[in-house]
Design a protein around this ligand. Structure first.
Ligand code: LMR
Length: 420
């Protein structure tokens, strides 16, 4: 008795894992007592007073929901809340999508975008007809969780070039060359808009070139769409790439998050869509896929959480509330664009060494500043400014009260570390 001789899970058997860098950063920020501290870490929208913003339309929908005498807390179906999933499908693919018309889409409500990427990853790992399973190509860089999710399900991963350190824009040639030489039938993870972490999106012309390579090499495009409407303020524009790929008859899957565009972060409302290619087999194939997804979903979460999806559904299915939501999206994206302009103008006015036009060229929640890890650490230690080590800043953390302070901080670290 008392002996550890029978233990399997000993400290030496289970190696300690590092803390998640992003949530670790959030913790460090919360613990910093400085009243000057600036949080540019996790991608969550803040208002001009650095406070979380409940969208006015979400407040309204929440009110409607809470006052609904028929509201209860019963289980949802395995695939989720039907009025939510059908609205989510139309939102991402377009109400007149040929894929919807031809019954080539299946949609599952998921634990936000992360759950959608995961469900897709599990499905591909288990059911991709090829052995060995194809490699998943991720952009370099990408959202850190992508690597974890695909590795976790046992799929091999590789990267394609995406960001040019020189131009701080898209490395289109690098990307296309790698996709051309990747084995036929590889899985290619694409950010539909507002690329995380770089804020660099292909133009529509560039998307066409990417689609052409993907089509000719029979790759499988897997879209992650976490920022529809949040990136440009325009729901259609932010979904353009996905709709274009679908219009080419490509089979694809899509992870859709409602965390950022509805400000429903903790409610975990999202959807996974699988679109089959047109053909005599398409409808039966999608039915079979849906039946397998149902088993996977049931074994992992049984059925998805209801509240956030009900809120989104109320808004998505009511034309008046939908219009108010579009207004709220423009409020968020508009404030972010203003912060981009303000930051660039301040750094250029100071003559901070380097070029800063990329701050306004990039789009969405993040900017990839080009600051080095050393500069990032100096910003944290000396200025109480928190951002990820790769130099990514969440633009939403900037506001009219801290913009001058942040520009002073960047100017200082760039000048003092320029020689290193
Ligand atoms: C981010 O990258 O900051 C967000 O997408 C939040 C997350 O879950 O990582």
């Amino acid at each position: 008795m008392g002996s550890s001789g029978n233990s399997v899970f000993t400290a030496s058997a289970i190696a300690p894992a590092p803390e998640d860098p992003l949530f670790g950063l959030m913790r460090a920020y919360n613990q910093d007592p400085s009243d000057k501290k600036v949080d540019l870490g996790i991608g969550a929208y803040r208002d001009d007073n650095a406070k979380p913003w409940i969208l006015p339309v979400v407040k309204k929908a929440d009110e409607i929901l809470r006052n609904d005498p028929n509201l209860n807390h019963e289980y949802l179906p395995i695939a989720g809340f039907p009025s939510f999933t059908s609205a989510a499908q139309k939102l991402i693919l377009g109400a007149d999508s040929p894929a919807i018309r031809e019954n080539r889409v299946t949609t599952f409500q998921t634990i936000s975008g992360t759950g959608a990427v995961h469900l897709g990853a599990v499905f591909l790992a288990k059911f991709h007809p090829r052995q060995p399973r194809p490699t998943v190509y991720l952009s370099d860089p990408t959202w850190a969780n992508h690597k974890q999710i695909f590795t976790h399900v046992g799929l091999p991963i590789a990267t394609y070039p995406y960001f040019s350190a020189q131009t701080k824009g898209l490395d289109l040639d690098g990307m296309l060359n790698t996709l051309r030489s990747a084995p036929e039938g590889s899985i290619v993870l694409l950010h539909a808009c507002a690329h995380n972490p770089t804020g660099v999106d292909p133009t529509q012309e560039q998307w066409k070139q990417i689609a052409e390579v993907i089509k000719s090499r029979h790759h499988f495009p897997f879209f992650d769409c976490a920022y529809q409407g949040f990136a440009s303020g325009d729901l259609e524009r932010d979904a353009w790439a996905i709709r274009y790929f679908v219009s080419l008859g490509l089979e694809t899957c899509i992870a859709q998050s409602f965390a950022k565009n509805f400000g429903l972060y903790g409610q975990r409302a999202g959807a996974f869509h699988f679109v089959t290619a047109p053909g005599p087999d398409a409808v039966e194939a999608v039915k079979n896929i849906a039946s397998q997804l149902a088993i996977l979903q049931r074994s992992e979460i049984s059925n998805p959480p209801a509240y956030g999806a009900r809120i989104a559904s109320i808004i998505l299915n009511d034309p008046k509330l939908f219009a108010e939501w579009q207004e709220d999206l423009r409020t968020m994206s508009g404030r972010i664009i203003k912060m981009r302009e303000g930051l660039r103008a301040r750094l250029e006015a100071k003559g901070t060494p380097g070029t800063w036009d990329h701050i306004t060229n990039q789009i969405g929640m993040f900017s990839f500043t080009g600051l080095t890890e050393k500069q990032v650490m100096t910003l944290r230690e000396k200025w109480h400014v928190y951002m990820t080590k790769n130099g990514r800043i969440s633009m939403a953390g900037l506001n009219s009260h801290n913009l001058d302070y942040f520009a002073d901080a960047v100017d200082d670290v760039v000048r003092t570390t320029a020689h290193l």
